[in-house]
Design a protein around this ligand. Sequence first.
Ligand code: NAP
Length: 242
Amino acid sequence: MNYALVSGGSRGIGRAICVKLARQGFHVIINYNNNREAAIETQQLVEEVGGNAELLPFDVADEEQVNTALDRWCAQHPDEYISVLVNNAGIRRDTLMVFMSNDDWNDVLNTNLNGFFFLTRRLVKEMMTHRNGRIINIASLSGIKGQNGQLNYSAAKAALIGATKALAQEVGPRKITVNAVAPGFIATDMTKELDEASLKKLIPAGRFGEPEEVAAVVGFLASEEAAYINGEVISVNGGLYT
Ligand code: NAP
């Protein structure tokens, strides 16, 4: 059995990634923070495409929760390991820097960046032992170009891209790849309050993207065929920025 863990798999892009990886034959571990109902819906969607999934709730920003949940999972699966990790859990707390509180800054860095660190450090060891693994980090266009009103989020996602490139070099010799996917505007809960009508005029494709369009790239990066792609950032943004 090949196991894939998707952080923030209960909704949006993470949900689409869970379904995509299930279609590719992975047993999916759906992480979420609060929204159990949505996570169960994702599990049902996985089962509808003939896959299997289990729920594993924890706050990615809380090191103790990450380690406790994964220690327990490993104890229950002594002969198995998680070969695909998708670091997708993320939040945004947008405001201009002059109005940005310490909490706005820390919450976004803790979830979007420290979450990647805690989870990846915990799982990469087993991947190294087995000389096999795929780590896929969901970054953002904001982490490439910077976005006004998103200083915290842009900083977290830019750091995630730097970490992706550094880790790719560290673990590449062990047949582990580490890549990032950088979405532009994707229609999810995270973007539902944005002014889509005016924003889509800026996008060459003339529309927001769908979560499945991000999941397609993640599915490819998780596959055997992507074994020679390492340390890359692949944008999925309708041509908004290349
Ligand atoms: P979303 O619809 O708001 O869903 C966020 C997901 O992350 C939920 O499953 C949520 O779990 C989970 N999550 C949040 N904080 C968590 C924590 N501390 N621990 C564990 N899980 C946590 O967001 P989305 O639009 O799908 O975004 C997914 C990723 O894509 C994020 O990293 C985001 O930054 C990135 N991204 C999104 C867009 C876009 O336009 N939507 C663009 C660029 C990048 P609960 O359901 O339990 O709350």
